[in-house]
Design a protein around this ligand. Structure first.
Ligand code: GLN
Length: 232
């Protein structure tokens, strides 16, 4: 019941660097859409939490083994994941795109990947998508634990491309991350907050109730605007 959990601090796993959803600001504090949403929801629903930036795959594994209470990490709601996790209502639409070096004019489509390496993040939709087409287009997958390592691999030229979530890569491009997007969005899951299947149901209910309140009050839109600018 809410009573018995009133003193509990929920431990929430997240990615290390996945701007604009989670990243460190100039002071080393974790900020971003996910972090601000969680904070506003916790205030609205009166619960305590602690953020653990574990990296995406590690956070998902920690959730599966109940070492954390929840994950907010731009985590896509997929049918496969629903076998292991319960998700909140979705709070952001996503999809996977291909990124290449900003000055690369030779890699423009999946066909151009033949014989090359492609950088992806372990355990992500981008990884699954790359895997699903790697044989057909004849490229090799190079796995990384976080997005910045993956982008570096493309910028140094070891990999010619990366598959990444559209909202993250599009944001990175506006921040001059050295990459550009060359393909249309492949359909992907929307982002949701996750708990282990059947666990922490009161936390999940609070997340959903808080999200509904934030949407009604305009605070949800304010958080998006803060990171994405007006018009989002
Ligand atoms: N949305 C993607 C997924 O859930 C990537 C998440 C991430 O890299 N933080 O697989």
């Amino acid at each position: 019941s809410a009573q018995s959990n009133s003193g509990k601090t929920y431990v929430i796993g997240t990615d290390i660097t996945f701007a604009p959803f989670e990243f460190q600001d100039i002071n080393g504090d974790f900020v971003g859409i996910d972090i601000d949403l969680l904070d506003a929801i916790a205030k609205d629903q009166n619960f305590q939490y602690e953020i653990k930036p574990l990296g995406f795959n590690a956070a998902v594994q920690a959730l599966e083994s109940n070492q954390v209470d929840g994950v907010i990490a731009g985590m896509s709601i997929t049918d496969e994941r629903k076998q292991k996790f319960d998700f909140s209502e979705s709070y952001f639409e996503s999809g996977v795109v291909m990124g290449v070096g900003a000055n690369n004019d030779t890699i423009q489509s999946y066909e151009d990947l033949k014989g090359h390496k492609v950088a992806v993040k372990t355990g992500t939709e981008g990884y699954s998508f790359a895997e699903s087409i790697s044989e057909q287009y004849g490229f090799t997958i190079v796995p990384f634990d976080d997005s910045s390592q993956m982008y570096d691999d493309v910028k140094t030229g070891n990999s010619v491309a990366t598959f990444e979530d559209y909202p993250v890569l599009a944001y990175g491009v506006t921040q001059n991350n050295g990459l550009k997007i060359v393909t249309d969005k492949e359909e992907g899951g929307s982002y949701g907050f996750a708990v282990s299947k059947g666990q922490n149901q009161e936390l999940l209910q609070k997340f959903n109730a808080g999200l509904t309140n934030l949407k009604a009050s305009g605070e949800y839109d304010q958080i998006l605007e803060k990171y994405l600018g007006e018009g989002e």
